[in-house]
Design a protein around this ligand. Structure first.
Ligand code: ADP
Ligand code: MG
Length: 140
């Protein structure tokens, strides 16, 4: 296993409920280091570009509306096997299926409003990080 970086987003349902600190504590307890972080309010077009891989899915429009409905916190997490480790800490997409103690089990409101995004592979992580951050903003 090597040191990796992955993109995380704390989604609007979580920022609305003031859960940024509680979610960040989960990452840090799992050994993931937050090496970049900023709070932004996405436009629907920016959300649509970020999630374009899902453009054909029935929930795409709803997902883009939701992601632009309130601020998000975009962040880069670093650690051993960070991509898979973050997916473990996040839990399953649908909170009803998420293991106890995961972010989605504890905080997600529904399969759509599920509190966090995490990259699904090292290649997508690199592209997603570059979408939000300049190299000079990553301070490991
Ligand atoms: P993950 O975020 O776990 O990687 P996906 O990549 O499959 O999940 O989906 C991206 C996001 O789209 C999910 O996190 C969720 O916000 C939304 N989504 C996925 N499936 C559904 C669904 N069946 N209904 C509504 N929204 C969904
Ligand atoms: Mg995904």
């Amino acid at each position: 296993m090597s040191v990796e970086r992955t993109l995380s987003i704390i989604k609007p349902d979580a920022t609305r409920r003031n859960l940024t600190g509680k979610i960040n504590a989960k990452f840090e307890e799992a050994g993931l280091r937050i090496i970049a972080q900023k709070r932004i309010h996405l436009t629907k077009a920016q959300a649509g570009e970020f999630y374009k891989v899902h453009a054909e899915r029935p929930f795409y429009d709803e997902l883009c509306e939701f992601m632009a409905s309130a601020p998000v916190v975009v962040q880069v997490l670093e650690g051993e096997g960070a991509v898979a480790k973050n997916r473990e800490v996040m839990g399953a997409t649908n909170p009803a299926d998420a293991d106890a103690g995961t972010i989605r089990a504890e905080f997600a409101e529904s399969v759509g409003e599920n509190s966090v995004h995490g990259s699904d592979a090292p290649e997508t992580a690199a592209a997603e990080i570059a979408y939000f951050f300049a190299g000079t903003e990553l301070v490991g």
